[in-house]
Design a binder for this molecule. Structure first.
Ligand code: C5P
Length: 231
């Protein structure tokens, strides 16, 4: 069988990561979390004490970052040098600062290059997927990184649904106080990210899946249905 590349974009709280992981598992493909790469870059720069608005220093640091992404959808990993940063990149501190790094165009060029390489690698025999392919997920995969992907999907959800999901992720609850606590963070990050990448409306040829009224398994099924239909 020819390798399959599935590109999935969407805003934070759209359920992108969980859905993409499960879809990759069910399809027997590798899983590439490109948001984790921007988060790792942010962790790396902060670890070196860089000011994130020093665009040249940040770009140089990211170009020298020894990043390695584990693409098993059952247990994806992120290492920088010998350090497992899987948990450290999920803190609210990193979430609050990642857009400053992701809006650095030299950083986007460098991480974009690594992402294209990682995707191409999974189409070759001997890779993790055995050449079966990859589900790659982020904000600009359908448009910039893999515009020729076999399947291109935009995963959306209402603002209400996205805020509730993020509140559950961060606070374990979607009550009013928890939603309020995550609201500014989520909306500001999406607004900041939107200055350099467009992920709120589907580009030409990209299929939209709205998960507002679907649970995780239903969303995975909807994604797999699109994969079957268009691939
Ligand atoms: O998906 P996640 O919330 O982990 O992404 C973290 C951040 O990485 C986003 O807020 C955005 O700034 C950046 N990102 C990006 N392009 C991608 C994936 C993520 O700019 N393809």
């Amino acid at each position: 069988d020819a390798p399959l590349v599935v590109a999935i974009d969407g805003p934070s709280g759209s359920g992108k990561s969980s859905v993409s992981r499960r879809a990759a598992s069910r399809l027997g493909l590798a899983y590439l979390d490109t948001g984790a790469m921007y988060r790792a870059a942010t962790w790396w720069c902060l670890d070196q004490g860089l000011a994130l608005d020093d665009t040249d220093a940040v770009a140089a640091a990211v170009a020298a970052m020894p990043l390695s992404m584990g693409v098993d959808p059952q247990a994806p990993t992120v290492h920088v040098g010998g350090t497992d940063v899987g948990e450290a990149i999920r803190t609210t501190e990193i979430s609050a600062q990642v857009s400053a790094v992701a809006t650095n165009l030299a950083v986007r060029a460098e991480l974009g290059r690594l992402q294209r390489e990682a995707i191409a690698e999974q189409t070759r025999p001997g890779s993790f997927s055995g050449g079966r392919g990859v589900v790659a997920e982020g904000r600009d995969i359908t448009t910039v990184i893999a515009p020729d992907a076999d399947v291109r999907l935009l995963l959306t959800a209402s603002e209400e649904a996205r805020l509730a999901r993020r509140a559950i992720d961060v606070h374990g609850s979607a009550d009013a106080a928890a939603v309020h606590a995550t609201r500014d963070q989520v909306l500001r990050r999406d607004a900041d990210d939107s200055t350099v990448v467009q992920f709120h409306t589907a580009a030409d040829g990209v299929v939209t899946v709205d998960s507002s009224d679907l649970d995780l398994e239903q969303t995975v099924d909807a994604v797999l249905e699109v994969v079957r239909r268009v691939s």
